[in-house]
Design a protein. Structure first.
Length: 411
């Protein structure tokens, strides 16, 4: 009787109808065709880019490098493209190639087919990749200093290993592992294609879209959710190498994400800092905020990248770069600097200063240096008549610095 009275009062509307539209059903999202974006460009070629959310963070535990090897299988299967470059990121893999206008349709379709049906790696392919990892080659680890900082910040986190993996994995990985990884992560919902060039790109769009209908309709894998570990003060690692160029880096986890209201302010602050830095005789430096340091990932970081003019100037360049960073973190930027970079309308010096003092923590920086003379670097005086070491000048406590050999780091 109570139910009948209630029904009479409410009316015949179904009680299960949601008050808010829940949006597309997850199964419909998984079944949707791959997005192919066309971008007009005044060039004499077509730039084709494929971005797949299947980066190194999704490597199985203990099998670091499966994502990178799978990406190389894809790249070598695009036989109608002249060359396909592969960038293995923390969460995304980016494939890039260019093609003449008259060959763009064939290359687009070939890359689409490669994303669906990669070519198995040979034993020689795996050995070559493994050897490049053993020697910390710049072909697989472009900036070893930045990589070592990232590993320090993201230890015990899915971002905390070299994106290219380990040599031992490259030498022992099986075709079954690579096929399983590809089937799990190369799906419709993880893939975006961009064609940029002149004229009508519709034929290339159809070619790649038709090929990508062969991708699985399963839902994308979830993103890693762990957070970086809390910093324990400043730390320093020196990697000794006779072959790698001199580099240095410093950074820490950033308590800010691309979803925050202050993210655009952060980008403006970084742009203003970089624009104000002029190369010196000792080298140059800049703050990197981009895919290399997890721009489009749940856990971005601050990374100061230093390019010394030579191994002999590494100490001077690093100290100058850190002094510039500390000044920026404390004082912020000027209105003139923001105006010069064309900052957002709601970015102003006061807001930048408040943000930097809240999210930049110079006292918790992790440092890394690649040098050809680690013994000289550690003992070299800061100035001609000064015996203060770089560790003392940077405030590195005893026991918080150590040296490794670059060769074999990723064995």
């Amino acid at each position: 009787m109570r139910f009948i009275v209630l029904l009479a009062l409410v009316g015949p509307r179904p009680f299960c109808r949601p008050a808010i539209d829940p949006g597309p059903v997850r199964a419909d999202l998984a079944d949707a065709p791959v997005s192919v974006v066309l971008t007009p460009a005044d060039t004499n070629h077509v730039l084709i880019t494929a971005r797949v959310r299947a980066g190194s963070a999704f490597d199985p535990v203990g099998r670091e490098g499966v994502a990178a090897l799978t990406a190389h299988e894809v790249a070598q299967a695009a036989t109608e493209c002249s060359t396909v470059s592969v960038t293995v990121g923390l969460e995304a893999i980016t494939f890039t190639t260019t093609a003449p206008i008259d060959a763009a349709t064939a290359c687009s379709g070939s890359l689409g087919n490669a994303l669906v049906n990669p070519s198995p790696l040979t034993a020689h392919d795996r050995d070559t990749h493994a050897q490049a990892l053993v020697s910390a080659s710049i072909q697989v680890i472009p900036d070893l200093s930045a990589q070592l900082v990232r590993e320090r910040i993201y230890r015990a986190h899915p971002y905390g290993h070299a994106a290219a993996g380990r040599a031992s994995v490259a030498q022992t990985v099986t075709d079954i592992e690579l096929t399983a990884f590809h089937s799990r992560h190369y799906v419709r919902g993880t893939t975006v294609i961009t064609l940029a060039g002149p004229g009508d790109l519709a034929a290339g769009q159809r070619a790649v879209a038709d090929a990508l209908l062969g991708l699985p309709r399963t839902l994308p894998a979830d993103a890693p959710r762990q957070s970086p570990l809390l910093p324990e003060g400043r730390s320093f690692i020196v990697a000794s190498s006779k072959t790698l160029p001199p580099t240095a880096a410093a950074g820490h986890a950033l308590p800010l994400s691309p979803d925050d209201a202050d993210w655009s302010v952060w980008l403006d602050a970084v742009s203003a800092f970089n624009a104000a830095q002029l190369p010196e005789a000792s080298g140059s430096w800049s703050i990197i905020t981009g895919p290399e340091v997890a721009w489009n990932t749940p856990h971005p970081m601050l990374l100061l990248s230093v390019r010394p003019a030579s191994h002999n100037t590494t100490t001077t360049a690093l100290l100058s770069a850190i002094q510039a960073l500390e000044t920026w973190a404390q004082e912020g930027v000027t209105g003139e600097q923001l105006l010069a970079i064309g900052g957002q309308a709601d970015t102003n010096p006061d807001r930048v200063r408040d943000l930097l003092q809240r999210v930049v923590s110079p006292d918790t920086l992790a440092f890394a240096v690649v040098t050809d003379r680690n013994d000289w670097f550690e003992q070299a005086p800061i100035e001609g008549n000064d015996d203060t070491t770089v560790y003392i000048r940077l405030g590195i406590d005893e026991g918080h610095h150590h040296t490794v050999q670059a060769q074999g780091l990723y064995r």
